[in-house]
Design a protein around this ligand. Structure first.
Ligand SMILES: [Zn+2]
Length: 247
C-alpha cells in the first residue's frame, strides 16, 4: 500500500500546499481519501483525473471535500468522459459541494454511496471499516486494510477511545493534529493536539504516526516533539508530495 500526501494543511491551504487529501494506492487501484482545497492540482501532477478509481470523504467541511468539484468537472467536461466515479461519504455530507454546479451537470460523473458507519465496506482491494468520531459535523474515521497492511485515518476529531480502536495495531496512523499542545476551549471536544495524538498512537500500538491538518504556521518540529512525548515510534508530518510505502 502506498500513501501519497496531496496536502495536509488544516483550515486553509498555505502557499504551495493543499488541505487534507491523500492518494492511497494498492494493486494499481487508486483511492482518494478526502479532497480538501487545492488537492486537485497536486493530484494532477501525478495522475489524470480519469485515473482515480474511487473517493472516500471523511466529513463535509470544505477543507476536506471542496476539490471534489474540480475533480468531477475534470472528468465530466471531457469529450470522452470516463465511467462514473464511486464516491463514499456519510449521508448528506456532500450535499453542498455537489450542489455547486447547475443541476444535472455533474450527475453522470459520479455514483454516491452513502456509508453506514460500522458496516463492512469494500472499496476495490481495500477492506474499509469506519467509526464515527467526535467533530462538529458527523465525521467518519476510516481503517483501510489491503494485503496485511493497515492504514488508519481520523478525519477531524477530538480525543476519543474510538480513535484508539480505529487505529489498533495499524501500520500507519494518519491523525489530525491541528494544535501542538493545547486545543482552545471552544474546540476541545472536536479537534486534537499533537500531544494527544501521540498518546493515542501509543495506546493503539501503531507502527508509524503521521500528523496532519496542522494549523497554518505551526512549527512541524514542535508538533513532532509533542507527539513523541508519549509515542516512541517514528513521527512525521504530512505535507504535499510526501510518499509513504506501508509497512
Ligand atoms: Zn472538519
Amino acid at each position: 500500500m502506498r500513501l501519497r500526501v496531496l496536502g495536509g494543511c488544516g483550515a486553509w491551504p498555505e502557499a504551495g500546499q493543499a488541505c487534507s487529501g491523500y492518494l492511497v494506492e494498492h494493486d494499481g487501484f487508486r483511492l482518494l481519501v478526502d479532497l480538501g482545497y487545492a488537492t486537485v492540482p497536486r493530484l494532477l501532477e501525478h495522475i489524470t483525473a480519469d485515473q482515480v478509481d474511487a473517493v472516500f470523504i471523511s466529513h463535509g467541511h470544505p477543507d476536506h471535500c471542496a476539490d471534489l468539484n474540480p475533480l468531477l468537472r475534470a472528468r465530466a467536461l471531457r469529450d470522452d468522459p470516463p465511467a462514473p466515479l464511486p464516491v463514499y461519504a456519510l449521508p448528506g455530507a456532500l450535499d453542498a459541494v455537489l450542489a455547486l454546479d447547475r443541476p444535472g451537470m455533474l450527475d453522470a460523473a459520479y455514483v454516491l454511496h452513502e456509508i453506514t458507519v460500522g458496516s463492512r465496506l469494500d472499496i476495490g482491494p481495500f477492506r474499509a471499516q469506519t467509526r464515527l468520531l467526535p467533530h462538529w459535523v458527523p465525521n467518519a474515521g476510516v481503517r483501510l486494510a489491503a494485503g496485511d497492511q493497515v492504514l488508519a485515518y481520523t478525519g477531524d476529531t477530538g480525543p476519543s477511545p474510538d480513535v484508539v480502536e480505529l487505529a489498533r495495531d495499524a501500520d500507519l496512523l494518519l491523525a489530525e493534529a491541528t494544535y501542538v499542545d493545547e486545543v482552545p476551549e471552544d474546540s476541545r471536544r472536536y479537534l486534537s493536539s499533537a500531544r494527544q495524538v501521540g498518546r493515542q498512537a501509543a495506546d493503539a500500538g501503531v507502527r508509524h504516526l503521521l500528523l496532519t491538518h496542522l494549523w497554518p504556521g505551526t512549527d512541524p518540529a514542535a508538533a513532532r516533539a509533542a507527539a513523541g512525548d508519549r509515542y516512541d515510534g517514528e513521527v512525521g508530518v504530512a505535507t504535499a508530495g510526501l510518499v509513504r510505502d506501508l509497512p
